[in-house]
Design a protein around this ligand. Structure first.
Ligand code: NAP
Ligand code: GCO
Length: 267
């Protein structure tokens, strides 16, 4: 093999929301594979927190952080122009930025529902739409949308999130369909239950020191009998960003320890 098909040497990767959690792990993996990374968050303090972590990990020379709300189309367009000037044209886009609101559907305000869909679905449309024309001009690119178990399954209190992540699965397939002819591969990663700040409320120890009921539930639903770690996503993310996946398009790669394959352990 003349070159490492998993190398990202010389590539520019834009990972939205990569200050910590899953996005950070993916961005770190990309830097370790040779890419330059840019990331954005909606708050300066989160960007600053992220840059501090990149510095602590010795990665600051390969990353730039920006403040930009992914739902703001004008801000996304301006940021894209800035990235192209300051770093280079985007070869790899990871639509990772996301949020969740856990509220019983009939108690959820429509404004909250809209906000979750805006961040978790519409933003992927906005950022992808901004980046695709330059990928088309340059002979191709990679887009990776961070989907979810909720792209396939529902559960109480996550109606907005599930609707958004289900839509994100189909947006992934549609981008793959519409732009595959330009050598753009658009795929999804569907993480299982990963131990990040977003799921921290589901893992909080009870007052008696016992596991949160949902924590025990997920352990019983996962053949791997553990929560995922953000680092579990590094390999799949490199695969979908590299030459190794040049004929993989419109696929959602579930990184879930087997949850979707398993009925669950008998109580
Ligand atoms: P997280 O810890 O909540 O981090 C989310 C990141 O997105 C933060 O950096 C946040 O920074 C940024 N963000 C949120 N809204 C934004 C906006 N409007 N504009 C720009 N940046 C924004 O999330 P995570 O657990 O790492 O999850 C990352 C992605 O994986 C999300 O799409 C999530 O839905 C998905 N996912 C997570 C799990 C899991 O179990 N953790 C499983 C499946 C899928 P600011 O708040 O400063 O903007
Ligand atoms: C929840 C969790 C999940 C995870 C993830 C699972 O409340 O059920 O937050 O939605 O975040 O999306 O893949």
């Amino acid at each position: 093999m003349s070159e490492d098909m998993f190398s990202l040497k010389g590539k520019v990767a834009w990972v939205t929301g990569a200050a910590y959690g899953i996005g950070y792990a993916i961005a770190k993996a990309y830097i370790e594979a040779g890419a330059k990374v840019v990331f954005n968050c909606s708050r300066q303090e989160t960007v600053d927190r992220g840059l501090k972590t990149y510095e602590e990990d010795g990665l600051l020379d390969s990353v730039k952080g920006y403040v930009c709300d992914v739902t703001d189309e004008d801000a996304v367009k301006s940021l894209h122009e800035r990235i192209c000037k300051e770093v280079g044209e985007v070869d790899i886009l990871v639509n990772n930025a996301g949020m969740i609101r856990r509220v019983p559907m009939i108690e959820m305000e429509a404004s909250d529902f809209r906000r979750v869909v805006d961040v978790d679905l519409t933003a992927a449309f906005i950022v992808s739409k901004t980046v695709i024309p330059s990928m088309m001009k340059r002979g191709g690119g990679k887009i990776i949308n961070i989907c979810s178990m909720m792209s396939e399954l529902g559960r109480e209190t996550v109606s907005a999130y599930a609707a958004a992540k289900g839509g994100l699965k189909m947006l992934t397939k549609n981008i793959a369909s519409e732009y595959g002819a330009y050598n753009i591969q658009c795929n999804g990663i569907g993480p299982g239950y990963i131990a990040t700040e977003q799921t921290a409320p589901l893992r909080e120890r009870q007052s008696d020191g016992s596991r949160h009921p949902f924590d025990s539930f997920i352990i019983a639903k996962t053949p791997a009998e553990r929560w995922g770690e953000s680092d579990d996503l590094k390999g799949p993310a490199i695969f979908l960003a590299s030459k190794a996946s040049d004929f993989v398009n419109g696929h959602i790669l579930y990184v879930d320890g087997g949850i979707l394959a398993y009925i669950g352990k008998q109580p």
